[in-house]
Write a protein that binds this ligand. Structure first.
Ligand SMILES: *Cc1c(COP(=O)(O)O)cnc(C)c1O
Length: 441
């Protein structure tokens, strides 16, 4: 197809890019990005409060990533870790083994995305334990490939049947306590006693902070109680750190907040700093149960893994974990301080720079707003100069996953834009028609 110079990028996108691969919350079409700013077609600069859904953990064009990518590309140590070892991949694996706590001998597998890493962990867990069942949670998002989708519980996955043998448990939500932690544990015990014998369960997949399900921080002690049950029955604990790991939560690993000791840890998104890169870290006895079992030709290539090495180095050397905790608190407190002005603000929650704002029709009943309200705030925020998105099974939670390099001033700027956007939407400044095509899930 010919491209016409008179068409905008947005129009060409609509004609060329398949809708099945789009999740667009605003008309934002990009021609560039620098630091914590995205550059829109036409040259306008927007503050990025989305981190492009997580990968932009150091923002855009970070000099350390640019340098690492350039160097590894100019003198490229092959293009396949399957066939040949390469220095950036082995170094990154060594770093991951250092930063992931655990005293058993472990190995690292590299992939391209959180989805393939969860697929790999699922296949490895089932094959190594010779147990067919998996436990996961309603609301969880582990990926968009057949395996990872089949163990996810997001409403966006209802077009696909769950994997046979998966048990989906409710994830206790302190803000809407339809199922308490105790109730979920009792349900699990009952399942174990009846239709889900624990010795048939290979693994449980846990998001230590449920992200796409609505930025839900689990009640203290819940995950630990799950872990205790899994240990008793030899069930592997797989923690999905794809969105909230690597400093975002204010600790290196989000599972550390709950004192979890996972067997397998899944990394993605931020690990590549924008390049496709994921990893599974797990016990050697499990990972190496068979040779040549999970092969992706270009996974672990020296360019993506060099980027990953730069990301981890900057996070550690620039103190971004402490910064995420500090700026995240400032940002969330800033949002909370607006609650007297905005009746729809039901809850602001999260850890570090993984922040969600739960929008409600009524603070007493906590009934979620209609998705159009969420979409309008995002649309108005886009017009006012900030990029962010929404999550939640009822599409009522604004998600903020900015780069960990966000400054204090940028956090304040973000709060001011969200404030103004909420005021303008309450005053009817955005029409239903404006957001009709931006209500995604
Ligand atoms: C995004 C996400 C995934 C999937 O990662 P992709 O890179 O989109 O394949 C898996 N788990 C969690 C928790 C995620 O947020």
């Amino acid at each position: 197809m010919m491209t016409s110079p008179t068409l905008s990028l947005r129009e060409r996108d609509a004609r060329a890019i398949a809708e099945i691969g789009r999740l667009r919350f605003s008309p934002l079409s990009l021609t560039g990005g620098k630091g914590n700013r995205l550059i829109e077609e036409g040259g306008r600069s927007l503050l990025d409060l989305s981190g492009s859904a997580g990968p932009a953990i150091l923002g855009y064009g970070h000099p350390a990533i640019v340098e690492a990518v350039e160097k590894s590309m100019r003198d490229m140590a092959g293009a396949s870790l399957l066939l040949y070892a390469n220095e950036p991949a082995v170094s990154l694996a060594e770093t991951l083994l250092r930063i992931v706590p655990g005293d058993v001998d472990r190995r690292v597998w590299f992939g391209h995305s959180g989805s393939d890493a969860n697929d790999c962990a699922l296949r490895v867990a089932v094959a190594a334990t010779k147990r067919p069942r998996i436990i996961s949670f309603i609301g969880s998002y582990h990926g968009n490939l057949t395996g990872s989708m089949g163990i996810s519980g997001h409403t966006a996955m209802t077009h696909t049947l769950p994997r046979a043998g998966v048990l989906l448990l409710p994830y206790p939500d302190p803000f809407r306590p339809q199922f308490s932690a105790d109730a979920v544990l009792a349900l699990l015990d009952y399942q174990f006693e009846t239709t889900c014998p624990p010795d048939q369960v290979a693994a449980i997949f846990i998001e230590p902070l449920m992200s796409d399900g609505g930025i839900i921080v689990p009640p203290a002690g819940f995950l630990k109680a799950l872990q205790e049950r899994c240990r008793r029955h030899g069930i592997l604990i797989v923690v999905d750190e794809v969105k909230v790991g690597l400093g975002r939560s204010g600790m290196m690993h989000c599972f550390e907040h709950e004192g979890l000791e996972p067997d397998l840890v899944i990394f993605g998104k931020g690990l590549g700093g924008g390049l496709p890169l994921s990893a599974v870290v797990g016990p050697q006895s499990i990972m190496d149960h068979a040779p040549a079992f999970a092969l992706l030709t270009t996974a672990g290539n020296p360019v993506a893994t060099a980027a990953g090495g730069a990301v981890l180095r900057v996070i550690e050397e620039d103190g971004l974990i402490e910064r995420s905790a500090r700026i995240g608190t400032l940002f969330a407190d800033g949002l909370r301080a607006l609650s007297t002005k905005h009746a729809t603000m039901g809850d602001v929650r999260g850890r570090g720079l993984a922040v969600g704002m739960d929008l409600v029709k009524d603070r007493q009943t906590r009934e979620p707003v209609h998705p159009s309200v969420t979409a309008k705030i995002i649309y108005r925020g886009y017009q006012l100069g900030a990029a962010f998105t929404y999550v939640g099974l009822k599409a009522n939670v604004l998600e903020f996953m900015p780069p960990l390099t966000l400054s204090e001033d940028e956090a304040a700027e973000g709060v001011a834009i969200v404030d103004q956007a909420m005021t303008d939407v309450a005053n009817g400044r955005v029409a239903d028609a404006d957001v009709a095509s931006f209500m995604m899930w």
